[in-house]
Ligand binder design. Structure first.
Ligand code: KE4
Length: 425
C-alpha cells in the first residue's frame, strides 16, 4: 500500500504541530508506524491522501454513527452556510436541540451546550462542587473524561496509551481533590467515600467504558453507585460522551436502567461538528449561570452551524430507533465472527461488546477494570492493528479504545472485515 503522501505530510506536520497531530492518540504511538492522513470520507469508508480506501471502524471516535457525509446532515449544513455560522446570540435551533436532548435522555431536565466533551465534564464537575459545596470527586482508574486538570489522574485514554497516568502540569492542589477508584468495585468506592465524609461532591464514570477498551459494568455496580450517592448526597455523573446516542437514543442510562443526576454528552450530538453538552436534574442545572452562581460560558456554544448538524443527527436517531437494532446486530456478527477466527488460530483474546461498541482484548481472561486492561498484550494488538490497516481496515490505534460501528457497515463490509481479520493473524 503506497502511503508516501501521508509520510511526507507527517514529516511536515511535525515541523509545526507537537507530535504532528492535534490529538495524541492519532499519532499511532502505541501501535507503531506513522499515522495515515485522511483526505475524504463517504459512508463506511475513509480515503487517505494517497487514495487508499479504509473501512472505518472509529467513525471520528464515535460521531459518524450514520456513516460519513450523511446526506441530510450535509444538506442541512449547506443550507445554513450562506446565513453565517455564528452570531453569539440565542437562536431557535438551540431551543430545538435542547428540546430533543431533554426529551430523550432520562436524566436531563435542563441542558447547556458547550464545544467538546472536555468542556462538558469540566463544567459538570464544577457544577457538582458548586451545588454541594464540597471539593472532592471520585473517578475510576482507566476512565477518561477529557483533558481537564481534575481528570488527568490515571486517565485511560491518551495519557494511558502513553503509560503516563499522571500529566505534568496538573498542580498537586488539584490532584488532591481527585480520588481514584477501581471500576466494578463498589466496596472500594464506599471506602473512599467513608474516608472522606461529607467531602465528595461527585462520582463520575463512563457507565460503559470505552477508554480502557469496552468494559460493561457488573450487574449491580451502577445500581450500587446510585444508592451510595443517594445516601451520601453525592452527585452521580454519567460521562456519556461516547455512549450517549450510541448505546440507545437515551444512552447507557436508558439501556442499563440507571439514571444519574448529571450527564455529559459529545461526539454524536454534533454529527461531527465540535459540540458537547451537560445536563441533568433541574434543581442542579438551575445553579448554572446566569440562572445561578456557577459560572460557565463559551463563544461558540450552541452555534447554529453545529446545532443544525447535531439536530439532524439526533432527529434521525430519535425518529428511527430501528437503527440501533440494525447496527447492534451487525456489530454482533462482526464480533462473533472475529472471535471464531481468533479461536481457530489459537490467539488469546477476549471481546467485550455492548451495542455497536466493542473491544478485542489481547488477553484470555475477561477485562473488568484498569489493571486487567493493562495486562493485555499491547504489542500483539499493535501488530494486529498494523496488519489490519494494510488490509484496508481502520481500527482504533490503541488497545485501550473502542470500535464504533456505523450504520453504513452492511453484509459486504462484515465480510470484508472478517476476511481482513483472517489475513491479519
Ligand atoms: P473531547 O474533549 O475529546 O470532545 O471529549 C473528551 C471525552 C470525554 N469523555 C469521554 C468518555 C471520552 O471518550 C472523551 C474523548 N474520547 C477520546 C477517545 N478515547 C477522543 C479521541 C481523542 O482524544 O482524540
Amino acid at each position: 500500500m503506497n502511503i508516501e503522501t501521508s509520510k511526507s505530510l507527517f514529516a511536515q506536520a511535525n515541523s509545526y504541530i507537537p507530535g504532528g497531530v492535534n490529538s495524541p492518540v492519532r499519532a499511532f504511538k502505541s501501535v507503531g508506524g506513522d499515522p495515515i492522513f485522511m483526505a475524504r470520507a463517504q459512508g463506511a469508508y475513509m480515503y487517505d491522501a494517497d487514495g487508499n480506501a479504509y473501512l472505518d471502524l472509529i467513525n471520528s471516535w464515535g460521531p459518524m454513527i450514520l456513516g460519513h457525509a450523511y446526506p441530510p446532515v450535509v444538506e442541512a449544513v449547506r443550507e445554513v452556510l450562506p446565513e453565517s455560522f455564528s452570531f453569539g446570540t440565542p437562536t431557535e435551533i438551540e431551543v430545538e436541540m435542547a428540546e430533543i436532548i431533554t426529551r430523550v435522555v432520562p436524566s436531563v431536565e435542563k441542558v447547556r451546550m458547550v464545544n467538546s466533551g472536555t468542556e462538558a465534564t469540566m463544567s459538570a464537575i464544577r457544577l457538582a462542587r458548586g451545588y454541594t459545596g464540597r471539593n472532592k470527586m471520585i473517578k475510576f482508574a482507566g476512565c477518561y473524561h477529557g483533558h481537564g486538570d481534575s481528570f488527568l489522574i490515571a486517565a485511560g485514554s491518551g495519557a494511558m496509551t502513553f503509560g503516563v497516568p499522571n500529566s505534568p502540569g496538573v498542580p498537586e492542589g488539584v490532584a488532591q481533590d481527585t480520588l481514584i477508584a477501581e471500576f466494578n468495585n463498589l466496596e472500594n468506592v464506599s471506602a473512599l467515600v467513608d474516608a472522606n465524609p461529607d467531602q465528595v461532591a461527585a462520582i463520575i464514570l463512563e457507565p460503559v467504558t470505552g477508554n480502557m477498551g469496552v468494559i460493561v459494568p457488573d450487574a449491580g455496580f451502577l445500581e450500587g453507585l446510585r444508592k451510595l450517592c443517594d445516601e451520601k448526597g453525592i452527585v452521580l455523573i454519567f460521562d456519556e460522551v461516547m455512549t450517549g446516542f450510541r448505546l440507545a437514543v437515551g444512552g447507557a442510562q436508558e439501556r442499563l436502567g440507571v439514571t444519574p443526576d448529571l450527564t455529559t454528552l459529545g461526539k454524536i450530538i454534533g454529527g461531527g461538528m465540535p459540540v458537547g453538552a451537560y445536563g441533568g436534574k433541574r434543581e442542579i442545572m438551575e445553579y448554572v449561570s446566569p440562572a445561578g452562581p456557577v459560572y460557565q460560558a463559551g463563544t461558540l456554544s450552541g452555534n447554529p452551524l453545529a446545532m443544525r448538524a447535531g439536530h439532524v443527527m439526533l432527529s434521525t436517531l430519535t425518529n428511527h430507533p430501528e437503527i440501533y437494532t440494525e447496527i447492534d446486530a451487525t456489530t454482533e456478527q462482526m464480533a462473533n465472527g472475529m472471535a471464531e477466527i481468533f479461536t481457530e488460530k489459537g490467539v488469546a483474546h477476549n471481546i467485550a461488546r455492548l451495542g455497536s461498541m466493542f473491544t478485542l482484548f489481547f488477553r484470555e481472561e475477561a477485562v473488568r477494570n484498569f489493571e486487567d486492561a493493562k495486562a493485555c498484550d499491547t504489542a500483539a494488538f499493535g501488530k494486529f492493528f498494523r496488519n489490519m490497516l494494510s488490509n484496508g481496515i481502520y481500527l482504533p490505534p490503541s488497545q485501550f479504545e473502542a470500535v464504533f460501528v456505523s450504520r453504513e457497515v452492511k453484509a459486504e463490509q462484515v465480510d470484508q472485515f472478517l476476511t481482513a481479520v483472517r489475513a491479519s493473524l
